[in-house]
Design a protein around this ligand. Structure first.
Ligand code: B12
Length: 365
């Protein structure tokens, strides 16, 4: 079965009622405790988790319960089927054995049976775990192939390789030189963002995923990119801000901010008066700022799917507040790009896959 067929299979075979999803969410902590204890008591657990500390395993279990809760709440089995091969690949690269997964999934299944009532709700969720267990061999196969995406601006290949290597070496001066040379080309700002920085950051993510670089090296690369963007900001041609005001932010608890920043800068270059808030903006504070600044729209960036409920909450509060009646909501980022149906389910006015589509949408508004 291919990756695409696997996604189709998930969408066709799995169903969950909204009240069942709520029960799973309510039982999260109790199930997490049970699974942590059961797996810690598993004979040979040290080998199964590759000698990593038990705390790392427990942390992964927390991610699991948050992730499955999101999948069930939004009924997005596309999300489930697309992320599972990544989970297998990343855990394996960080030392976990593939044999850990059937044991872990069986422990979750048992926890569901112990903590979720009535029995028909538990049975619906057990069916999801059974589906994952049944597909364990396939997931091992699918996890071996890293999905490649088409990289724009192929002619920048050499510069990307050099930029990536210098980022990981923390060589700010060399990186700035490469970035400036790309900025000097035709449509330089877009080339810099979409042809150099974004693909190189995606590659840095893959290297981390495969345990070829550490989290510290990934942090170093991100921080050098941040310094370069700050240094180059003054060189971006001002467009005159005549289109209206826009607020761009990352969702609450969302620490990825570069995508939102790229969008903010490109909207600004297109003539929008942009207020860029950066990472992890609390809902309450965002709503306060929207009321005060009355933008034409707010663009919310989300990378990690477990933040979907927070974005949904913000949108419903914007829609319920008469003072914010004129503010439209656009969403984007990796979490929405994984499943292009999600933006409707959370009540957004629009989703855009990339800054260019976002600018088209903003212009249409
Ligand atoms: C740098 C980085 C971090 C940094 C972020 C720092 C910062 N200041 O931004 C830190 C260290 C904080 C981080 C943390 C984590 N990260 Co991280 N991170 C990355 C990395 C390597 C690069 C992100 C980036 O800058 N991308 C470049 C930007 C330009 O691309 P983009 O975000 O996709 O944005 C574009 C579009 O999506 C779109 N867009 C984005 N937002 C919006 C909004 C709107 C409205 C619109 C229209 C469009 C739009 O336009 C942008 C420009 O084209 C990615 C790899 C990757 N594939 O992205 C992993 C990655 C996203 N991280 C990942 C993970 C797992 C994590 C952690 C859970 C790790 C952990 N165990 O703690 C945490 C989660 C923290 C949290 N709660 O948010 C995984 C996610 C995998 C998944 N299955 O979902 C990735 C993919 C790495 C990987 N290959 O495994 N991370």
């Amino acid at each position: 079965m291919t990756r695409e067929q696997f996604v189709e299979n998930a969408k066709e075979s799995l169903r969950i009622r909204p009240e069942t999803a709520k029960r799973y969410a309510q039982a999260r902590n109790a199930m997490l405790e049970e699974v942590n204890a059961a797996m810690a008591a598993e004979p040979g657990i040290n080998a199964l988790i590759g000698g990593n500390p038990l705390g790392m395993m427990c942390n992964n279990h927390r991610h699991h319960v948050e992730f499955i809760s999101t999948v069930l709440q939004f009924g997005s089995f596309t999300l489930l089927a697309k992320i599972l091969p990544w989970v297998y690949r990343t855990y394996r690269a960080h030392g976990f054995s593939f044999d850990y997964f059937p044991l872990e999934l069986a422990a979750w299944k048992k926890a569901v049976e112990n903590h979720i009532t009535p029995a028909d709700a538990a049975a619906e969720i057990v069916a999801v775990y059974d589906w994952m267990l049944k597909n364990h061999p396939l997931l091992i196969t699918l996890s071996a192939a890293v999905p490649g995406e088409e990289v724009p601006y192929p002619e920048l290949g050499d510069k990307r390789r050099m930029f990536g290597a210098q980022l990981l070496a923390g060589d700010y001066a060399s990186c700035l030189e490469i970035a400036e040379s790309v900025l000097a080309e035709d449509r330089g700002q877009e080339r810099l963002y979409m042809g150099l920085i974004q693909p190189v950051m995606y590659e840095i993510g893959r290297l981390w995923e495969e345990d070829k670089i550490s989290a510290a090296e990934e942090h170093l690369a991100t921080s050098v990119v941040g310094r370069i963007l700050a240094a180059l900001y003054a060189k971006f041609a001002p467009a005159g801000a005549n289109r209206g005001k826009a607020v761009v932010t990352s969702a609450p608890n969302e620490y990825h901010e570069l995508g939102a920043r790229v969008l903010a800068d490109l909207l600004e270059a297109d003539g929008w008066d942009v207020l860029f808030l950066g990472a992890n903006t609390p809902a309450e504070e965002l709503l306060g700022l929207l009321a005060k600044t009355e933008p034409r729209f707010v663009a919310i960036s989300l990378t990690m799917p477990f933040g979907l409920d927070k974005v949904e909450d913000i949108i419903s509060r914007i829609k319920a507040d008469p003072k914010l009646g004129g503010v439209r909501v656009m969403v984007g980022g990796a979490a929405f790009n994984i499943d292009p149906e999600l933006w409707r389910r959370i009540g957004a006015d629009a989703w855009a896959e990339n800054p260019r589509a976002a600018i088209e949408q903003a212009t249409a508004w």
